[in-house]
Design a protein around this ligand. Structure first.
Ligand SMILES: Cc1cc2nc3c(=O)[nH]c(=O)nc-3n(C[C@H](O)[C@H](O)[C@H](O)COP(=O)(O)OP(=O)(O)OC[C@H]3O[C@@H](n4cnc5c(N)ncnc54)[C@H](O)[C@@H]3O)c2cc1C
Length: 384
């Protein structure tokens, strides 16, 4: 029972599955979950095999596939381990996507190939302490004097903040613009620039190998060469970016659900109570059936959104439906997986509680589920 992938897509899935199963060992997964460290060596290995640059064109050292192929990779990696899988899949977060669409040739050549090869790490900074779901107005400002921009402000919850080499920052460039989002622009910054500082956040619930941090920009100077696309278009570029990247968050969720489900199914077949495998109890077998239904539904929504993105045109409603549904399915399926394991499910060594802890983030980042539902309702309201 599965969506029919073509021969090349099937081969990609097989290759990444083999890679993840060999490299993301249960011992390593527990180790990285405890030490909250980015798995740099594994990231570089995955990058060498092309798994971190699926949707980057070959002319910039990528693989030249679409969002669907990227989703296959993300799903398989998160199926084997949700923490390492997410960390690796977010290593070159968003910068290639936005530069491919709006960067100039110089920016593309300078920034994309090192990210595609896994030599460098990216971070994309939109969220601020006071602006999360609503990024229509930024407190971070960029002020132009001559050929130079001076950036001041703070960003919160930034993936790869302390490991990244290249950053994009959403800033308010026109504080008087009405509506305010018409006065926002995107800037590229680089590690080591004077005035750009990162602090690591500790104590996350899940995805611990994926490093998260705060950024502070204090009289950070960049030039005109660091402006992405047109001044005043940053908010639009950001929303457009999310139409694609949110589908890969749905893929993370599907992978996590699938991984936990497989563990629960195997356990239910072997764990005996009252003289028989617990899968013989309808309370358990129907739970597993329901888990399978949810995963399959989530996967189809995710594939559909990816297919529309690649073949027709990005469809924000399909993307939001995929992300909202898949992330909820991941929360429910991983919760049920713990229940199937009983008390053992509550222990780290049985490798299902980690899936549940990691799944929660898929309902929060790149737009919470409530924000996705606002997008869906916005579309429904416009229907006759
Ligand atoms: C681990 C992690 C990694 C992250 N990585 C990044 C990153 O790399 N880059 C980046 O820019 N950001 C990142 N984020 C930030 C993330 O995108 C935000 O946390 C998220 O968008 C929600 O913003 P907030 O936390 O300020 O919550 P708030 O916006 O304050 O929301 C609080 C609650 O109110 C609800 N709510 C808010 N507005 C509405 C509304 N209009 N309608 C209905 N409900 C609403 C929300 O759904 C939520 O339930 C990350 C966050 C985490 C936890």
């Amino acid at each position: 029972m599965e969506f029919k992938l073509d021969e090349e897509q099937t081969a990609i899935r097989k290759a990444v599955r083999e890679f993840a199963e060999k490299e993301f060992t249960p011992e390593l997964a527990l180790e990285f979950d405890q030490k909250e460290e980015f798995p740099m060596a594994l990231y570089k290995k995955a990058a060498q095999l092309g798994f971190t640059s699926m949707r980057i064109p070959q002319e910039y050292d990528g693989q030249g596939y679409g969002v669907l192929e990227d989703c296959l990779v993300v799903e398989e990696m998160c199926r084997v381990d949700p923490g390492i899988g997410v960390a690796i899949s977010l290593g070159n977060l968003m910068i290639p996507d936005v530069l491919l669409k709006h960067g100039n040739e110089e920016q593309k050549k300078k920034y994309i190939p090192p990210l595609a090869r896994g030599d460098k790490i990216a971070a994309a900074a939109f969220t601020e302490p006071e602006h999360g779901s609503d990024i229509t107005c930024m407190n971070s400002t960029a002020v132009k004097t001559g050929n130079e921009w001076t950036i001041n402000g703070a960003k919160e919850f930034i993936t790869n903040a302390t490991t990244a080499d290249t950053f994009i920052l959403l800033c308010q460039t026109d504080p008087n613009a009405q509506p305010t989002y018409r006065g926002q622009s995107l800037f590229i910054a680089e590690k080591g620039m004077c005035g750009l500082d990162a602090t690591k956040l500790h104590g996350k619930m899940g995805i611990k190998p994926c490093v998260t941090g705060s950024l502070s920009m204090s009289d950070l100077k960049v030039t005109e060469a660091n402006v992405v696309g047109e001044v005043g278009r940053g908010f639009y570029y950001t929303l457009e970016l999310f139409d694609g990247t949110r589908i890969t968050v749905a893929a993370q969720a599907v992978g996590m659900a699938q991984g936990a489900f497989e563990k629960a199914l195997a356990y239910a077949k072997t764990r005996k109570q009252s003289g028989q495998p617990i899968i013989n109890f309808q309370g358990i077998s129907h739970k597993l059936a329901q888990m399978a239904i949810k995963i399959e539904s989530a996967r189809l929504l995710m594939y559909k959104a990816a297919w529309l993105y690649d073949k027709e045109k990005p469809n924000p409603v399909a993307t939001s439906m995929a992300k909202a549904y898949a992330s909820r399915a991941a929360m429910e399926v991983t919760d049920d997986a713990i229940q199937v394991f009983g008390g053992y499910g509550y222990l780290a060594d049985y490798h299902v509680e980690r899936f549940h802890r990691c799944a929660k983030i898929t309902e929060i980042y790149e737009g919470t589920t409530e924000v996705q539902k606002n997008t869906i309702v916005g579309y429904l309201m416009k229907q006759p």
